[in-house]
Write a protein that binds this ligand. Structure first.
Ligand code: ADP
Ligand code: MG
Length: 559
């Protein structure tokens, strides 16, 4: 029988597919299993709308079988199967999603989701297989067909016997080459690990014959091998479970299993969103700062699943930078996922989910701050700096999200306080929110300028983090109160009388001040009388935008 050619665009795609799109070969199994699961979903959906059909969930499964000697890996499903034209259309045209067409035809109702998001999923099998044979019998059909291809040179379709409805895909695994290893895809343990990694939460059992050992009959020390069929996947993902059924420990185990961190999570958020976009998510706020957190190496992101199938390990688009510490996963059936990350970035559903998640994290942090102050301070110790970077970056675009999550050390309370707490305690005559920047609390407390402000009964926020003052500059004000550095020229506390007095003293000591200025030339701009000194004879103050501390930091930065 003459070989049929793939459609031209398919040929090119196939090449691309095998050579570049997927960096990890192992994902071929994820794709085939997800197709098998889709095929069972379709049957399930048909059964729901057709009274003649009975769907017993137990009869439906996916089976993985290995034959090392023949170098074959077989994936069998008891799904809806494919007719001859379907084999032709679905497997002969790459990037045409058959699932999507089915979805449109059948107007799938909420909850019965058959997704066609992979486009070229099936072809990923050519990354590991030199030959693929698909035998399929469609629901309601008496005949079965075999589709066979060795790659870009085309495919054949011929009639073949098959008893039951469903599809059997046989991959003949490539031989190892110097550069590439393929033998691993014939190893039980490896396959099991891949299934666990990507397809653990597929709703139907994924069965495999596993090799086991037992004592040989009539012998104490001899063992024999035997095979036992096992279900590899755990089927019901924790995020699909009801929150009420889950304990704190369940979430902690999940956190550990997933290796989100080596610590225990400080907080988890379990979301089952049912609005404009439907998704489930479990998010964690870690307790400790990951060792590489404040470095370039750290990569933010959440795991992204589509209908129980892992699509991406770290989807960065799901998290704003200022919440980059959040770990966890998102699962949505609504994603019109595509093969390339760029396309994913422009997905409207994905950005809706991202926005939703951002708000959830924010309100979680807010309620922690309100109801679990101690926990919040733990969190703040680990990740507060990131929030302040968030205020500072993007020209303060995110200040509304973040300003109420900030904490600074208070001169009055001797502990961390929020801006709101500060402002709500301000005496009526206090015009500004005062802050003092320095290396440590101890050093700040020795600043001469502190005295006069404290004497007035005003509270001062101590900034000990490099980023603090920069972030505050971006905020400019909070609840209409401007921020004022204690080292700035005009503190806004001198009365007119005091100002006049100072000016009089300035002119009275003109010669003295001028010669001091000459001596200190290049170090200070001006020497003048101050009314803000108490027990100290002298202090430094800054004029203009940059404070002394900020200048220090900028000078210390590498150019
Ligand atoms: P997608 O899954 O995005 O549609 P694939 O390349 O993974 O793209 O699969 C192409 C099409 O082939 C599917 O949409 C489906 O119609 C058909 N198909 C693949 N595998 C199976 C299977 N095991 N049973 C039934 N149909 C299948
Ligand atoms: Mg697919």
């Amino acid at each position: 029988m003459a070989k049929k050619q793939f459609k031209a665009e398919s040929k090119r795609l196939l090449d691309m597919m095998i050579n570049s799109i997927y960096t990890q070969k192992e994902i071929f199994l994820r794709e085939l299993i997800s197709n098998a699961s889709d095929a069972i979903d379709k049957l399930y959906y048909k059964a729901l709308t057709d009274e003649q059909l009975v769907f017993n969930k137990e009869d439906y499964y996916i089976k993985i079988a290995v034959d090392k000697a023949a170098r074959t890996l077989t994936i069998t499903d008891t799904g809806i199967g494919m007719t001859q034209p379907e084999l032709e259309n679905n497997l002969g045209v790459i990037a045409k999603s058959g699932s999507l067409a089915f979805k449109k035809e059948n107007e799938v109702k909420d909850g019965h989701n058959i997704i066609g998001q992979f486009g070229v999923g099936f072809y990923s099998a050519f990354m590991v297989a030199e030959k693929i044979t698909v035998t399929s019998k469609a629901l309601g059909s008496d005949e079965a067909f075999k589709w066979e291809s060795t790659g870009a040179d085309g495919y054949t379709i011929t009639p073949r016997e098959k008893d039951s409805v469903g599809t059997e895909i046989v991959l003949t695994i490539k031989e190892n080459t110097e550069d590439d290893q393929y033998d691993e895809f014939l190893e039980e343990y490896r396959l099991r690990a891949i299934i666990k990694k990507y397809s653990d939460f597929i709703r139907y059992p994924i069965k495999m014959d596993v090799t086991k050992q037992r004592p040989k009959e009539g012998s104490d020390d001899e063992f024999e091998e035997y095979h036992e069929e096992q279900t590899i996947n755990s089927m019901v993902p924790i995020w699909r479970k009801n929150k009420n059924e889950l304990t704190q420990e369940d979430y902690e185990n999940f956190y550990t299993e997933k290796r989100y961190g080596f610590d225990k999570p400080l907080k988890h958020v379990h979301i089952s969103a049912d609005g404009a976009v439907v998704y489930n998510a479990i998010l964690f706020i870690p307790e400790n700062t990951p060792f590489d957190y404040y470095t370039k190496e750290y990569e933010k992101g959440l795991e992204l699943y589509s209908n129980g199938v892992l699509i991406m390990n770290k989807c960065g688009d799901l998290l704003p930078d200022y919440f980059s510490f959040v770990k966890g996963m998102v699962d949505s059936d609504d994603l019109s996922l595509n093969i390339s990350r760029e396309m994913l970035q422009h997905d409207r559903q994905l950005s809706l989910i991202a926005k939703n998640i951002k708000n959830k994290i924010k309100s979680q942090l807010q309620s922690m701050l309100k109801d679990e102050r101690e926990n919040y301070e733990k969190f703040y110790k680990s990740f507060g700096r990131q929030l302040k970077y968030g205020v500072y970056s993007d020209y303060g675009a995110n200040k509304d999200v973040l300003q109420d999550l900030l904490l600074f050390y208070s001169s009055k309370e001797k502990k961390l306080v929020t801006l709101d707490e500060y402002v709500s305690r301000m005496p009526e005559d206090q015009k500004y929110i005062y802050y003092a920047a320095g290396e440590s609390i101890e050093r700040i407390e020795k600043l001469p300028q502190i005295e006069v402000i404290s004497e007035k009964g005003y509270e001062i926020m101590y900034f000990t983090d490099d980023i603090d003052e920069f972030a505050i500059k971006m905020l400019m004000s909070y609840k209409e109160k401007e921020f004022k550095s204690v080292s700035s020229g005009d503190l806004g506390i001198d009365s007119d009388v005091e100002k006049d007095q100072a000016e009089a003293e300035d002119s009275g000591n003109k010669d003295l001040f001028e010669s001091m200025q000459t001596i200190l030339s290049g170090k200070v701009k001006k020497v003048k009388t101050s009314k803000r000194l108490r027990s100290h004879p002298v202090c430094l103050s800054a004029e203009g935008e940059l404070t002394i501390e900020m200048e220090k930091i900028l000078k210390a930065m590498p150019n």
